[in-house]
Design a protein around this ligand. Structure first.
Ligand code: HPA
Length: 265
């Protein structure tokens, strides 16, 4: 389906083979500033590629060197709530795989379910719960048909990331991320239900990319930047402006952690 997208990107890359892909979540586009000799490719130039409709998602690829790795970075992702079929997300990850990508690092903005993990915190995703009601693999019908998810967020990558965090003296939480479709924020009653599920963070993305990447045999790491406490946990109401602002403030920390990580592993 995205054969033409692949061909276009392959030609643009001109022999450059990315081994790691990064998907940058809401307001986290600034991470690309750490990439050396960047080449930008707008999604709108890539045949059959969707374009993001949400503010805080630029809609371009940034290709270059980060640490010891060749990276292809998606500055802006596609969300199910934008009306983009999650199967399209699978196809995009498959294009990355065909370009050479073996590891996927996903980032996102998320609401916290823990009062001790306030806005501005960084949470390494240890595992997820797919509450989106859909799955990017529906209709894929390719082996592995029933992919194993026991190490979806690769243990060794997480260990290395935590080591970097310790060395840099940046506090990093680990926890479970749950995806709901959005685009509305949760009601207080929904948040009380989520608290019973014993998860740490909630958001509207990431899970489709991760499931796709696991099926395609990639190693995955996921990092959430906490933009707010979930609805009802404090007095103010979540809103996208605040999400972008809080996440923007944590971008520098995240960029440092990712750059050091990419130098190490
Ligand atoms: N809920 C869901 N998604 C989010 C939130 C939230 O509170 N904050 C940022 N993304």
């Amino acid at each position: 389906m995205l054969e033409k997208s692949y061909e276009y990107l392959k030609e643009k890359l001109n022999g450059f083979v990315p081994d790691t892909a990064l998907i940058l979540g809401s307001g986290l586009g600034g991470v690309v500033e750490a990439i050396e000799n960047p080449l930008y490719i707008p999604y709108s130039d890539i045949p059959f590629f969707p374009t993001p409709t949400v503010s805080g998602h630029k809609g371009q690829m940034c290709v270059g060197k980060l640490g010891k790795h060749n990276v292809i970075c998606m500055q802006g992702r596609f969300h199910f709530y934008e009306g983009i079929d999650v199967r399209m997300i699978y196809e995009v990850i498959r294009v990355l795989k065909r370009l050479g990508v073996e590891r996927l690092i996903v980032t996102n903005a998320a609401g916290s379910l823990r009062v001790y993990m306030p806005a501005g915190s960084i949470m390494l995703i240890a595992d997820h719960i797919n509450m989106s009601g859909t799955n990017p693999l529906i209709g894929v019908c390719e082996e592995p048909y029933f992919p194993d998810m026991s190490n979806a967020y690769d243990f060794e990558m997480r260990q290395c990331f935590m080591k970097v965090a310790e060395e840099e003296r940046i506090p990093v939480f680990q926890g479970v991320y749950m995806m709901l479709t959005g685009p509305n924020y949760e009601t207080p009653a929904e948040v009380r239900m989520l608290q019973m599920f014993n998860i740490e963070a909630v958001g509207m993305s990431t899970v489709p990319e991760v499931i796709s990447a696991v099926q395609l045999g990639m190693k995955v790491m996921g990092v959430s930047v906490i933009s707010n406490l979930a609805t009802g946990m404090d007095l103010h109401k979540p809103n996208h402006g605040e999400v972008l602002q809080q996440v923007g403030k944590a971008t520098q920390k995240l960029t440092l952690l990712l750059t050091k990580f990419m130098e190490k592993e």
